[in-house]
Design a protein around this ligand. Structure first.
Ligand code: ZN
Length: 243
């Protein structure tokens, strides 16, 4: 196997779209990469399927929770240079990778017209079961199906054309949490922004005593596990050529 290297972001994509199920999903696994992309000059847009209204804290009702979690997510996004956050308003805990979900995500792809999509893994992991929430699997499966073939196929979801959403081909997808990864992002220089982003989700992260240490250990383990240069902090993805 070749020696792994960090991806070169000196010529970043013009526009990237990150698609996930819940507020905070991006900020555990991908927000360092988002910060590196925006720092390199890319525009990044978030599409978040639900507003996290079925999660904790349990003393808030669903509409209060949705408002709170959207607010936290917008703060987290701003911490990594993202100012376009779109909540798709789908029901938390009820997502399935059906044609309706593919339609919703295809609409966002055709509207944003990204050069790169970042998404969660559609494969269940039995060694890290919390990463494989059914909503994550559903959004991930629907997203890769929206990238290929739906968003580029004028015959798919015909009402999108009637709404003025022209077909769009996304040439590249980075999938977080899919084994084995083959694309590594050096997040060392933007790591503080990742800590700020995750810390913005105040209602969700009280169980983590030391957010900096928690994220730093995780990123160090990734660096060591894949034999990347010691002392650097890493997020890992599987790159899929979808051109
Ligand atoms: Zn989630």
């Amino acid at each position: 196997m070749e020696t792994p290297e960090f991806v070169d972001l000196s010529r970043p994509p013009r526009r990237a779209l990150v698609v996930v199920a819940h507020p905070d999903d991006i900020d555990f696994g991908m927000s360092g990469t988002v910060a590196a992309l925006t720092e390199a000059g890319a525009e990044v847009v978030y599409a978040i399927a639900t507003s996290g209204e079925a999660g904790p804290p349990e003393d808030l009702d669903r509409s209060e929770l949705a408002v709170l979690r959207e607010k936290e997510q917008r703060l987290a996004a701003a911490a990594v240079g993202v100012h376009d956050v779109r909540f798709l308003g789908l029901p938390d805990g009820h997502l399935v990778a059906d044609l309706e979900l593919r339609h919703c995500i295809s609409a966002v792809i055709r509207d944003v017209r990204p050069d790169l999509v970042l998404q969660q893994s559609p494969e269940r992991r039995y060694d890290r079961i919390y990463a494989s929430h059914p909503d994550h699997l559903a959004v991930a499966e629907a997203t890769i199906s929206a990238v290929y073939p739906d968003a580029r196929n004028p015959h798919a979801h015909a009402r999108l054309l009637a709404e003025g959403l022209e077909p769009h081909t996304v040439p590249e997808v980075w999938i977080g949490g899919l084994e084995p990864p083959d694309l590594f992002v050096d997040i060392t220089d933007v790591f503080d922004r990742k800590v700020a982003a995750l810390s913005s989700h105040e209602s969700q992260v009280a169980w983590i005593d030391d957010i900096d240490g928690f994220l730093r250990n995780w990123a160090r383990e990734t660096t060591a596990h894949y034999g990347l240069p010691a002392g650097r902090l890493t997020e890992a993805f599987r790159r899929v050529d979808t051109a």
